[in-house]
Design a protein around this ligand. Structure first.
Ligand SMILES: *Cc1c(COP(=O)(O)O)cnc(C)c1O
Length: 418
């Protein structure tokens, strides 16, 4: 009786595959798996449970799962030059919660990036941090809005005595001043956490700050944004055994029981792609983002951060107030086969969240499909035609995208079947 419904779901999935392979995907938090990573999904791992650590599981039959997980952990440590890793959090938010639950006590003062300043919902009072304390104070920003003001942060630290600083954000153009604030944090025994969800692949490729080297106790992250793995989370650290035990318990049993083994396998494949191609990939991503920013700016769009070469990451922020605001513009672009999201810009009131001034772009996925500076110029033109000249560019977008259908920085660059 319900078989028809199953066919309908299958039809929807097919449509999604076709539609998203014909669009310019510029959502900054997304990426694509390589063919081999993607093909590894749907194995028997999909069905299994593996609580605890390899070799110390609670269930039988996990030997081969253990082997994959151990290899993944070993090579994540190599890639990030660190001693400790937990690959079990099932997303970046779960990784954050595993950590925040262990380091933030009721009443603690915690400093974070504000939401308009780019901060993630899990750092907010409505998210994970807010479950443990209500004393959440935003980092002061410099006048451009995209950098933490170090001097004023030091004054604030002296005045309010935070116990935890959480660096990292979702609108993330430039590195955080981790090394600049490391000394005062050491003196005052402040725990420094770094949420690298967005920039993890750039850190892996050696093209963004290395927070562990600069003084952060640990990095949390998603492994599917600039790090082009399956949708999961991670915790990386050089913490000593005692401190790490705390974090370990936060991951399991604190915030999960089983971790999702179907997504473990593609991540174990992705780590080798990152080791082999990560440096070239990260370099091209950042070069593309800078170039797209420059070209869009030259063509008359209000790209943020012009005085800092627009960005040091995969992202750009553009003020689109003159075209109707972020919500309207993002919808209009979607109708032209360009997919991205609206975004609050620094200093905007939170009430603007449903139609903020900005849009956020990320070039990592299109870079993975082989686009370089030349293609960024074409994309800048498409934005101009669409937003400034008011023309429909949906067909031009499809034509462009049709030529970029294989996934670079991977071991199998045959065209992705849809
Ligand atoms: C995306 C993001 C996360 C977590 O995302 P998940 O969707 O849970 O993987 C955490 N922190 C920041 C800053 C992010 O941008």
């Amino acid at each position: 009786m319900y078989e028809r419904n199953v066919s309908q779901i299958e039809e929807i999935v097919k449509k999604q595959n076709e539609w998203r392979s014909s669009t310019l995907n510029l959502i900054a938090s997304e990426n694509v798996l390589s063919n081999r990573a993607r093909q590894s999904m749907g194995s028997d791992f999909t069905h299994r449970y593996a609580e605890g650590h390899p070799g110390e599981r609670y269930y039988q039959g996990t030997e081969l799962i253990d082997e994959v997980e151990s290899r993944l952990k070993k090579h994540m440590k190599t890639l990030f030059h660190c001693r400790q890793v937990d690959v079990r959090p099932i997303s970046g938010t779960v990784a954050n919660d595993a950590v925040f639950s262990r380091f933030i006590r009721p009443g603690d003062v915690v400093m974070v990036n504000s939401t308009p300043g780019g901060g993630h919902i899990s750092h907010h009072r409505a998210g994970s941090v807010g479950k443990y304390t209500t004393n959440i104070v935003n980092f002061p920003l410099t006048a451009d809005g995209f950098h933490i003001d170090v001097e004023r942060t030091i004054e604030l630290i002296r005045a309010i005595s935070p116990t935890v600083l959480i660096f990292g954000k979702s609108l993330f153009l430039f590195p955080e001043p981790v090394s600049e604030l490391a000394e005062i944090c050491r003196e005052r025994n402040i725990t420094v956490l770094y949420d690298g969800a967005h920039v993890l692949g750039l850190i892996a490729g050696g093209r963004f700050q290395n927070p562990l080297k600069e003084g952060a106790l640990l990095i949390t992250g998603s492994v599917h944004k600039t790090f082009f793995g399956s949708q999961r989370g991670i915790i990386l650290s050089n913490a000593g055994e005692n401190e790490w035990r705390k974090i370990d318990k936060g991951a399991f049993p604190g915030s999960s029981s089983n971790h999702h083994l179907d997504t473990l396998v593609p991540l174990a494949i992705t780590v080798y792609e990152m080791m082999e191609f990560g440096q070239k990939y990260a370099k091209q991503v950042i070069a593309n983002a800078k170039h797209l920013g420059k070209k869009m700016h030259e063509l008359g769009m209000k790209v943020a951060g012009a005085e800092f070469d627009y960005t040091e990451s995969h992202q750009l922020a553009v003020d689109v107030t003159e075209f109707g605001g972020g919500d309207e513009v993002a919808r209009h672009l979607k109708d032209n086969n360009i997919i991205l999201n609206m975004n609050l810009l620094p200093f905007e009131p939170l009430e603007n969240v449903t139609n903020p001034a900005g849009i956020r772009l990320g070039v990592q996925e299109m870079t993975r499909f082989g686009m370089k500076q030349t293609e960024m110029e074409v994309i800048a033109e498409l934005f101009k035609k669409c937003l400034i000249d008011g023309r429909y560019v949906g067909d031009e977008v499809k034509e462009l995208r049709a030529r970029y259908q294989s996934i670079h920085y991977s071991f199998d660059q045959s065209v992705v079947e849809v």
